[in-house]
Design a protein. Structure first.
Length: 485
């Protein structure tokens, strides 16, 4: 709350300083900040004093509130995750926040209990007690308990090529403009930039400013990566639990029961993929599905790492001799490539046509913009469409079905065939003419649905029937064989 008060105090101070003496404005802002912090501390103290929890043999219970008492209860047999987080202040004080969840999405928050804060020792005790399972049989030597992966500082080289860098660069430009407005100097900043580049061509000016924003974004992406993944460790604990620990300022500990694991997903954003790397996610039931606001999702097992390393860790996580993510996949028919080329060209040519029409009716400058957009956009669109087609594939590898798709974000998922609870078959009018279908495997784990786009119709149906026997067969009709004439 002190940080919130401090962040709000600055713009309020400059707003008041325009009509009041500086001393009076500062006194009012300081008094307001002190009252705000005091009220927040008092409310938090009362909440803490009025909070009780109990872990019984069958239920975990939480009672909190002063005037309106809230009682929450979770059956222990339904608990799927116990995650620990601690910000900088909590770490200094030896405290953690414990989040106990069932993995269900109720929309009312009734599927989780949060104990905030408890001592670090108590948090670890609760985690071990609530996810304790019967001992497993000894695993094979190459799948033994212990450390599976640890931080390698060489992985940081993939941070600048992620989508985070340009986003942070744009945010940096916005922050400069916002802060200069608070000080009443936004006009001066804009004028200074204009004077700095007065003798520079417009195209070069734009390029230099974009490069400066990109450099700021790269620095921010590096800092973001360090805060998010510092101290990273992936371990298999006795009893069948995968544990991910990471974070520099805010430490996080995320536990995934192996009996809830249904597969893994290799995520390769375009920039990272060009450097031969990808991120590994868990496909599991009972995980918190929403991403927290400052960190990767709870399903992340690895940051962006070399693809070979991701495959090796995937095999260890799944306890397979080799990863199913590397299995050979069925190539999709050329009609799927035609569809992607058509979509990509429409995405470029439709805006170009609109700009050209406006150029005829409004200003000829837009005709030049339309020509430039088309000249640059068509080759890029064709390259992306062809890449999207090459990335299509599906197959079966032992106990897993494998599906791959995407170009700006290529995703390869290996999903346990036993985890498929249904298939959705979609076929548009244009797909029907091209002999294509889109299959969606539904599951209780991960994203809940995984797609096989634009597969050949008969081959795709055979794949779905083979991957999950008994699910799709009641809806299929045998095709009669042609009799020789």
């Amino acid at each position: 709350m002190t940080g919130v008060a401090g962040g709000a105090a600055l713009p309020v101070f400059f707003g008041l300083a325009g009509g009041l003496p500086l001393g009076q404005a500062a006194a009012l802002v300081l008094a307001g900040a002190v009252l705000l912090v005091a009220a927040a501390v008092g409310a938090d103290y009362v909440r803490w004093r009025r909070t009780r929890y109990r872990i019984g043999p069958e239920r975990a219970e939480l009672h909190t509130g002063l005037l309106l008492i809230k009682r929450r209860s979770l059956a222990r047999e339904r608990i799927r995750s116990v995650d620990l987080t601690a910000n900088v202040l909590q770490r200094l004080l030896g405290l953690v926040k414990v989040r106990i969840g069932t993995g269900e999405q109720t929309g009312t928050g009734e599927s989780t209990l949060e104990l905030d804060p408890v001592s670090r020792t108590e948090g670890e005790r609760l985690r071990r007690e609530l996810i304790a399972r019967a001992p497993r049989a000894a695993a094979a030597e190459h799948h033994r308990d212990g450390l599976l992966a640890a931080l390698d500082l060489r992985w940081i080289r993939y941070a600048p090529v992620s989508f985070v860098a340009p986003v942070l660069g744009g945010a940096a430009v916005g922050a400069v403009l916002q802060v200069s407005e608070w000080f009443g100097m936004q006009g001066e900043v804009v004028e200074w930039v204009r004077e700095l580049f007065r003798a520079t061509p417009v195209v070069l000016t734009v390029a230099v400013l974009a490069l400066a924003a990109l450099v700021a974004g790269v620095v921010g992406a590096l800092a973001f990566w360090i805060e998010m993944w510092w101290g990273y460790r992936l371990e298999r604990e006795p009893g069948g639990t995968l544990r991910v620990r990471r974070g520099l300022l805010t430490a996080r500990s995320i536990s995934i029961e192996e009996r809830r694991l249904r597969g893994v997903e290799l995520v390769e954003p375009l920039g990272v993929r060009l450097f031969g790397a990808g991120r590994l996610d868990a496909v599991a039931t009972g995980l918190v599905r929403e991403d927290d606001h400052q960190h990767a999702g709870h399903q992340a097992l690895l940051p962006a790492v070399p693809t070979a390393a991701a495959h090796e860790v995937a095999a260890q996580v799944l306890k397979e001799a080799s990863t199913p993510l590397g299995a050979p996949l069925t190539v999709h028919p050329p009609a799927a490539r035609t569809r992607r080329l058509r979509w990509a060209l429409m995405a470029v040519l439709v805006p170009a046509a609109l700009l050209a029409a406006l150029g005829v009716w409004v200003t000829p400058v837009l005709l030049s913009v339309a020509a430039g957009w088309t000249a640059v956009g068509v080759p890029v669109a064709v390259l992306l469409a062809r890449d999207a087609y090459r990335n299509l594939g599906h197959g079966i590898s032992g106990a897993y079905l494998v599906a791959r798709s995407g170009t700006t974000r290529r995703s390869t998922v290996a999903l346990q065939r036993s985890g498929v609870i249904g298939w959705t078959v979609r076929q548009s009018y244009f797909q029907r003419r091209a002999g294509l279908i889109t299959l969606t495997a539904t599951t209780a784990a991960g994203a809940g649905a995984y797609d096989v786009y634009d597969a050949e119709e008969s081959e795709g149906l055979r794949f779905a029937a083979t991957a999950a026997p008994g699910v799709l067969e009641p809806f299929l009709q045998p095709v009669p064989e042609e009799q020789p004439g």
